[in-house]
Ligand binder design. Structure first.
Ligand code: OOG
Length: 259
């Protein structure tokens, strides 16, 4: 087994058993390219267990969120069907280590995009947008990691909930989502508030970043792909028996409850 395989198995086991591990790069340094290679292996282990890739997620698209973690480059990870929770659904808190919630936007692709084609545009392929919550759960102790560590750990992806899809993209050009108010609530109390403008200055830039990152690191963008654009606020820790709600003006609300 290579080092990359060994790290992939370690991170996969940490996720499955909800037991954190020390930061891997301190023991075994690896490059950013190798980190994405490890991430692909981590996701393949899930796919081998019949999990299905449903989309991609961006991280550190919000400067406040990047500062919260002490990192600055945009990163990309993969989301899968096992991570999807229905709007209003229940999450088992015991499946998580130290889960945090982030209010986000989700985009949906209506047609395939070939990221390697210089003429392709992710925006042109988008058919809908929705309010979303991403639940991140670093497999590393105390959420402490380098950029390489977090990329290898599938960018802390652990669960997500998408609200009602609203038509968006070239076929619905009148909806302006560049500066929508966003709140994150725990049991009805607002704990974070911000704007979709916090996502790279305009959340549509997340679509360009998705294409660039997908071309660089080998992610497919077939029709139906969900793109989580990254947090609109910093992340908030969530305990058991808590309802998490994200509200995005013009788009609506989405929620999930921890058991
Ligand atoms: C990494 C994931 C960050 C975002 O939206 O910025 C992220 C982490 O903070 O654990 O998903």
């Amino acid at each position: 087994m290579t080092d990359l395989d060994r790290i992939a198995h370690l991170l996969d086991t940490a996720a499955r058993t909800a037991e954190s591990v020390p930061q891997v790069s301190l023991e075994t340094p690896f490059t950013l390219d190798e980190a994405y290679d490890i991430q692909h292996r981590v996701v393949q282990l899930r796919v081998d267990r019949q999990d299905v890739v449903t989309g991609v997620k961006l991280g550190f698209t919000n400067p406040a969120k990047a500062a919260q973690m002490g990192l600055s480059d945009v990163i990309v990870g993969q989301i899968t069907s096992d991570m999807a929770v229905a709007d209003g659904g229940i999450l088992d808190r015991e499946r998580f280590i130290h889960v945090r919630a982030e209010p986000e936007l989700a985009f949906r692709l209506g047609v395939n995009v070939n990221p390697a084609d210089p003429r392709s545009s992710v925006y042109d392929a988008v058919d809908a947008v929705a309010p979303a919550i991403e639940f991140i759960d670093s497999r590393y102790r105390n959420f402490k990691f380098t950029l390489e560590d977090v990329v290898a750990d599938n960018t802390s992806a652990s669960a997500y909930t998408v609200g009602q899809w609203v038509p968006f993209g070239p076929r619905a050009p009148h909806l302006d989502i560049s500066n929508c108010g966003v709140t994150l609530e725990l049991d009805g109390h607002v704990v974070e508030s911000g704007s979709t403008a916090a996502i790279l200055g305009n959340p549509l830039r997340a679509l360009d970043a998705t294409k660039r990152m997908a071309a660089a690191y080998g992610f497919a963008l077939p029709a139906g792909t969900i793109i989580l654009a990254g947090a609109a606020t910093i992340a908030t820790a969530v305990g058991e028996h808590t309802t998490v709600t994200a509200r995005v003006s013009k788009l609506g609300t989405v929620s999930a409850r921890f058991s």
